[in-house]
Design a protein around this ligand. Structure first.
Ligand code: E4P
Length: 214
């Protein structure tokens, strides 16, 4: 399973990278705006830091505009993956970009049929938003299971990128279902590494070690 970090904050990216388990980055317009910095400055810095896939989102409403924007975003680096909102123009853009050999991440996926459509169009990744579904009293993880089954039934190579992750249980459930990737906020990365029994154990070992005659 691959781990991406869901942020445009370079300090968070550096901290997660230091864990040694970071495979890529996902950004979105909200995450970029939270940095208060210019898009270009933020993105250049991320590309200097990370070699793995970096998702950058298009803002054009129509397919032609999405494709042109994607070509420009691709200039930031070979590892750029173009995030396309799951819409009818988005499907058209994914099909065109796939034909041009440009990798895409179909974002804002909330149904298994949307996921089936983008797999047929050739998307490299599909991003189902589990947290936003949970927020609206739907079972986000049920969607991950359905997409896994559909993709396995037909051998679609599109990778399931679990997004809108809110807590470590989302990552655990995604791993148990067999999702390919989870994109994780930095705070959740930290929580995944921690356990109160580990902290208590370290403290007890330190105390006992101090009693060992030197
Ligand atoms: C995915 O790529 C998105 O950036 C992200 O996971 C959205 O999550 P949110 O629902 O916390 O905004």
């Amino acid at each position: 399973m691959k781990f991406f970090i869901d942020t445009a904050d370079i300090a968070e990216i550096r901290k997660a990278k230091a864990f040694g388990v970071l495979d890529g980055v996902t950004t979105n317009p909200t995450l970029v705006s939270k940095t208060g910095r210019k898009f270009e400055d933020v993105v250049r810095e991320i590309f200097r830091e990370v070699d793995g896939p970096i998702s950058l989102e298009v803002m054009s409403p129509d397919a032609r505009g999405m494709v042109e924007e994607a070509k420009r975003l691709k200039e930031y680096g070979e590892n750029a993956v173009i995030k396309i909102p799951l819409s009818i123009p988005g499907l058209e853009a994914i099909k065109t970009l796939t034909g041009l050999g440009i990798r895409t991440n179909a974002t804002l996926c909330f149904s298994p049929l949307q996921a089936l459509l983008v797999a047929k169009a050739g998307a490299s990744y599909v991003s189902p938003f589990v947290g936003r579904l949970d927020d609206n009293a739907h079972q986000g993880m049920e969607l991950i299971g359905q997409i896994r089954q559909i993709y396995d039934n037909y051998g679609f190579p599109t990778e399931i990128l679990v997004a809108s992750v809110r807590h470590p249980l989302h990552v655990l459930d995604a791993a148990l279902i067999g999702a390919d990737v989870a994109t994780i906020p930095y705070a959740v990365f930290e929580k995944m590494a921690k356990h109160p029994l580990t902290d208590a154990g370290i403290k007890a070992f330190e105390a006992d070690w101090a009693k060992v005659p030197g």
